[in-house]
Each structure stands twice: as structure tokens, then as C-alpha cells.
Design a protein around this ligand. Sequence first.
Ligand code: SF4
Length: 251
Amino acid sequence: MKQNRKPKQRHTSKKRLSPICLAADDPAIIEKRSLHPNRVRDPNETEWVLKSGMHSRKYGDRVAKGTWVNFPVFSFTLEERATCPAHCSQFAICFGNRMSQPRAYRYRHGQALTDQLETEFQILSLEPETAPGTVVRAHTLGDFYSISYVSWWAEQLARHSSLHVWGYTAWTPDCHIGIAIAQVKRDFPNRFRVRWSNRPGEEDSVSVVSGLDKVPNDGSIVCPYDIQRVKNCAECGICWESRKHVVFLEH
Ligand code: SF4
């Protein structure tokens, strides 16, 4: 089968608003995998899965204000589509389609990944620099892939009081994985700040629009990073500090 066929692109006036949109018969869609399979690797003991936010233009390295102030930021990435619900509104236009650069590694999900993360959480909880608190942006790409994986997060949060998690999920609150996520949100309301995706207008959720003219006038907040009002998430913090609906611009 032909792999990595050049995807069809939408054409809009700004690069920011031109996602790479895969056709329904693209192998990456049919096989539920990354468009860049050579960027998917197994976790291994020679490198950290968690990457400092200082290497991310979007996240930033240390929270600048709010209840998580001064906590260093880390992130990690799963494989897009392989771990995501197929109903995700971004399934074909996932911004992972654009992430082909050499260092854009996705880590294969499973026991080896959670084992490695446990080791890293343990180290972070003991190091003087990170013991007071750390922020983990869960899944730059990808999603909570099973109920047991969600339960694993609950165990980590119970084990490490310094661990603070922020992210998004395309699972709905009433599906089996969504119900498990909602329970962790209730159990750790200030440390497990995972928002629901694709739920326009709803509190504690996010949605994506194709342009500023599509932002609803209902009190939703446009992500300040997307409109160049902040340098990075560490400087903003809306996603974990606020419950208001956040709107992202398609990219
Ligand atoms: S609203 Fe703020 S914290 Fe959320 S993604 Fe945008 S910049 Fe980051």
C-alpha cells in the first residue's frame, strides 16, 4: 500500500488557518495512525518521555501566574488517531499532520510508556526544583486510549501531590472513557484540568473554529496564543484557571 501520500490541502489566506486535511481514503485515516509513522517510537530508558516546556514555543517553561505559578511545564505526545476516538472533529485535520520535523516524536502507548512516565514522575517529585509542583501537558497529540489508562492517571495523581495535569479529550463525558475521565476530574478538581473538546459553548470545554468571524458571541474566550496576545500557555493559564469555554483557531 502506498504510504504517506501527499495530503490534499485546504487553501486559505493565512498559514495559521490552513490545516492539512486528509482524504477519507488516506491510509493514515483508514489505519488510524500518524501521517508520519517514522516519528512514532517506543519509550526507552535512554531518554525522557516528558519534554520541558522550554523546548515548546507554545507551552513555555514555567507558569507565570495563578494557582500553579512557578511550576515548571512538561509535555509528551502520543500517536495521533491511534489513540483518539474516530468521531473527533479534528480526525482528518489534526495538527499532527503538520508535525513532521525530526524531533516531533510520538511515543507508542502501552505499558512501556506508563512505566517510563512513572519513573519520571517519581524523579520529578523528589528533585528540589520540581518537588513543589510540576505541570504536565498530557498529549500534545493523541488522547486517553483506555479506561485503565485513565485509572493510571488517577493513581499517579494520588501518589504525587506535586503532579498537575492539563489537556483536552475528544471523548464525550457520557461514553465509557469519558465517564472515567469525569470521575478523575471530580476526584482531583484542581490538579486534573482536562477539558472536553468539540463542545461549543459549554463550560470546561474547548472547540475549534475556522476563523475569528466564526467565534460565537456567548462569552467564550479565544485562545490568546492563537491571536498573539500571550507568548505561551505558561504566561496565560486560562485552560486550567478558568472554566469558561475556550475557542481555538483551526491550524
Ligand atoms: S487559552 Fe491559554 S492556556 Fe489555553 S491553550 Fe490558549 S494560551 Fe494555552
